[in-house]
Write a new protein. Structure first.
Length: 265
């Protein structure tokens, strides 16, 4: 787990320092997460938010989102609720959620990467929100009490964990008895090759650690969740590097998609 965590942490730290979002899942195809253009997965991060949803938001904050969908819209948040955003990154989903929940509620953002948390604090202060708390830590060990939040969201992050069963168990633990789970994540539409599965670049690029929809459902139900729904929202057009073999190109074709995954406790 350590090698994967460190590779992902470095990739996302580098990506936010570059402040680019036109490439792979965690940023630009020139950033370390894609290792000098190992593949171009820019399609993953494109067009996930409507213009209306981000009205009044500084463009650079929107551009710092490295997600694969829009869990905030689907979570149907209400004023006064308590929310946890796993892998909250530079804070776009935190800000959108905090605006909906309002001053009577509270939003927690958990991220393991210092550079991401630092940028999120800048962005949150810039828009003047006071109902957001940033937490340092890992998804596998969430630093919140049992039953402390009404909803958990995440955007293209759970695939990055090498121990998803532990992540889902932790999410179940911190949710209230009527809590709900609403995330966007990458899912695999066909088995990934051994080459992809062993690549730290592909882990950081949101491919090697992705589950199939069937695996996601099984793990959620095993963790205790009910009413599991998985909706494919976008099939990805991932472009292999110019040096790719015909086998590499075929392996990337229709490999992954963005999915909205919802469930209740």
């Amino acid at each position: 787990m350590g090698d994967i965590r460190e590779a992902v942490k470095k990739a996302y730290g580098d990506a936010i320092q570059n402040k680019q979002s036109d490439g792979c899942c965690c940023g630009s195809s020139d950033s370390s997460c894609c290792d000098s253009g190992a593949f171009d997965a820019s399609d993953i991060t494109k067009d996930n938010y409507s213009r209306e949803e981000t009205t009044g938001m500084p463009e650079e904050i929107v551009g710092q989102s490295f997600g694969c969908g829009n869990p905030v819209h689907a979570a149907s948040l209400k004023p006064g609720e308590r929310l946890l955003d796993l892998g909250s990154g530079a804070g776009l989903d935190l800000i959108l959620s905090a605006r909906i929940i309002g001053s009577s509620g509270h939003v927690y953002g958990l991220d393991m990467t210092k550079e991401m948390r630092d940028q999120a604090r800048i962005n949150i202060d810039r828009v003047g929100l006071r109902n957001v708390t940033l937490l340092q830590g890992y998804m596998e060990d969430i630093p919140l009490h049992d039953g402390s939040v009404d909803a958990v969201i995440s955007n293209c992050v759970i695939n990055l964990s090498p121990d998803k069963d532990k992540v889902l168990a932790e999410i179940y633990r911190v949710l209230s008895n009527s809590g709900r789970f609403c995330i966007s994540d990458v899912v695999l539409l066909k088995p990934a090759t051994e080459k992809i599965m062993k690549s730290l670049i592909a882990w950081s690029g949101c491919l090697a650690g992705a589950l199939s929809p069937e695996e996601y459902r099984e793990k959620l139900e095993r963790a205790g969740f009910k009413d599991v729904k998985i909706e494919i929202t976008k099939v990805h057009n991932i472009k292999p590097a110019e040096s790719s073999t015909p086998e590499d190109i075929e392996a990337m074709k229709d490999l992954s998609a963005s999915a909205l995954v919802t469930a209740s406790k």
